[in-house]
Design a protein around this ligand. Structure first.
Ligand SMILES: [Zn+2]
Ligand SMILES: [Zn+2]
Length: 366
C-alpha cells in the first residue's frame, strides 16, 4: 500500500541547544521521514531534571578531565515525548504495530541493537547510548514535528489521557526500574528520598509491590501530601523532623531495609547510608551536579550494604503506561504546568526552583 504523506508546513518552532545555558527558540525546517520511520506531531514533552543539569553544564553531559562530552550542540532537547503518528509506511506499521493517528510514547534510549549490552537484552545500557534530545542523530521532542528512527522503541498509549500525563510515562518507567533494582520484599521498610516527579513515581511503583512501609522524605509539604495519595504510608518533612530518629524508631532501632535516592543532593546519599540497617539495599537513581564525598567504610565494614545504580526503564514501559491508564497516580496534581514551546526558559527556571511546580511540560504547537 502506498500512501502520500500529510501536508505539513515547511518550517516549525524548535528549541535548539547551542551549549550550556545557551538554549534558543528557533525556526527549523520540518524534518522528513525516511523509510521505516514514523513522523509524529509532538503533543507534549516533559522537562526532566536531567535537562536542567545539561542546561547548567554538568560534567556528565559536557565532559571534564576524566570523561569526554556525551551530549552534542545544535540538538533539539527533550526525551519525555508523546505524540500522534501523522505519517508512516507499511514497514513502520509492521515493526511497531501502530497506525495513523495513534498516540505513542517513545523510549528515550535509541539502542544500536548491535553492542554487547543490546545483545544481552540490556538495551537501556546500550554502549553508544544515543538518547532522544542529546545527540544530533536523534533530535528530541522540543519541536512541533519529529521523526522516530527505526531503532526506537515505540509504545501506544490511550488518546483519552491528557498529553502531559502521557509523557509522564518516561519518568515513571525510570522510577519503576529503580524499584525493580531494589527487589522489594513484603516485609521491607522502604525509604524514598525526594517527592518530585521521580520520587512520586518510585512511591507509586513501590506501592504496586506492596512492602510493609513506604516512607517518603521531602522538605515540601505539598509534595508530601501528594506522596500520601500516591502510596506513601508515612511522610517525613526533613526540614522539620529528624528523619533518621523516626526511621530508627519505626524499625526497632535497626534502620530501613531499602533506601532509594531520587533527589540528586549529596546530603541525601549520606542520609541514606546512615538510615539503612546492616545488609540493607541502597538504590541510586539521581544525576548529580557535583561529586559526593562519603565514608565508603559504611558500605563495607559497618553495614555490608548492597549499593545499586539505576538508569532508564528497561522493560518497564508497558507497566508504566498501564499505571497511567489505570489512573494509579494523581497526575492532575503531579503535572502542574504546561507551557508553550516559546516559554521553555521559564519551564527550565521552574524546574530549577522546584517551588511552585512538580512536573513541567512543554506543549509544542500551542
Ligand atoms: Zn527524563
Ligand atoms: Zn547497543
Amino acid at each position: 500500500m502506498t500512501q502520500s504523506g500529510p501536508t505539513l508546513p515547511e518550517t516549525m518552532q524548535a528549541v535548539v541547544v547551542h551549549g550550556p545555558k545557551d538554549y534558543r527558540l528557533e525556526t527549523l525546517p520540518v524534518p522528513t521521514r525516511g523509510p521505516g520511520e514514523l513522523m509524529l506531531r509532538v503533543e507534549a514533552v516533559g522537562i526532566c531534571a536531567s535537562d536542567l543539569k545539561c542546561w547548567h553544564g554538568a560534567a556528565k553531559f559536557w565532559g571534564d578531565d576524566s570523561r569526554p562530552a556525551w551530549t552534542e550542540t545544535d540538538v533539539v532537547p527533550g526525551h519525555e515525548i508523546t505524540g500522534r503518528v501523522i505519517d508512516l509506511d507499511d514497514e513502520a506499521r509492521e515493526h511497531w504495530g501502530v497506525e495513523l493517528d495513534d498516540r505513542v510514547v517513545l523510549e528515550q534510549i535509541v539502542p544500536c541493537w548491535d553492542c554487547k549490552y543490546c545483545n544481552e537484552g540490556n538495551y537501556h545500557m546500550c554502549a553508544p547510548h544515543d538518547m532522544y534530545g542529546f545527540k544530533r542523530a536523534n533530535p528530541g521532542g522540543m519541536e512541533e514535528y519529529m521523526v522516530v528512527s527505526t531503532n526506537s522503541l515505540v509504545h501506544k498509549i490511550s488518546k483519552d489521557i491528557p498529553p502531559a500525563h502521557a509523557a509522564f510515562a518516561e519518568p515513571l518507567s525510570c522510577a519503576l526500574h529503580a524499584i525493580e533494582r531494589a527487589n522489594l520484599q513484603f516485609k521491607d521498610v522502604v525509604v524514598i528520598a525526594g517527592a518530585g516527579p521521580i520520587g512520586l513515581s518510585m512511591i507509586a511503583g513501590a506501592a504496586a509491590k506492596s512492602p510493609a512501609q513506604i516512607i517518603a522524605l521531602d522538605m515540601d509539604e505539598r509534595k508530601l501530601e501528594i506522596a500520601k495519595k500516591t502510596g506513601a504510608t508515612r511522610t517525613i518533612n526533613i526540614a522539620k523532623e529528624d528523619a533518621l530518629a523516626i526511621v530508627r524508631e519505626m524499625t526497632d532501632g535497626y534502620g530501613c531495609d531499602v533506601y532509594i535516592e531520587g533527589t540528586g543532593h549529596p546530603s541525601a546519599v549520606i542520609q541514606g547510608l546512615n538510615m539503612l540497617r546492616k545488609l540493607g539495599t541502597f538504590v541510586e537513581y539521581s544525576v548529580f551536579k557535583e561529586d559526593v564525598a562519603v565514608d565508603w567504610s559504611i558500605i563495607s565494614d559497618d553495614k555490608e550494604l548492597n549499593v545499586l545504580g539505576a538508569h532508564l526503564g528497561q522493560n518497564t514501559w508497558p507497566r508504566a503506561i498501564r499505571l497511567i491508564e489505570e489512573g494509579r497516580l494523581p497526575l492532575e496534581e503531579i503535572c502542574t504546568h504546561q507551557l508553550p514551546l516559546s516559554e521553555f526558559q521559564k519551564g527550565l527556571d521552574m524546574v530549577a526552583s522546584g517551588k511552585e511546580s512538580i512536573k513541567v511540560s512543554l506543549i509544542p504547537g500551542q
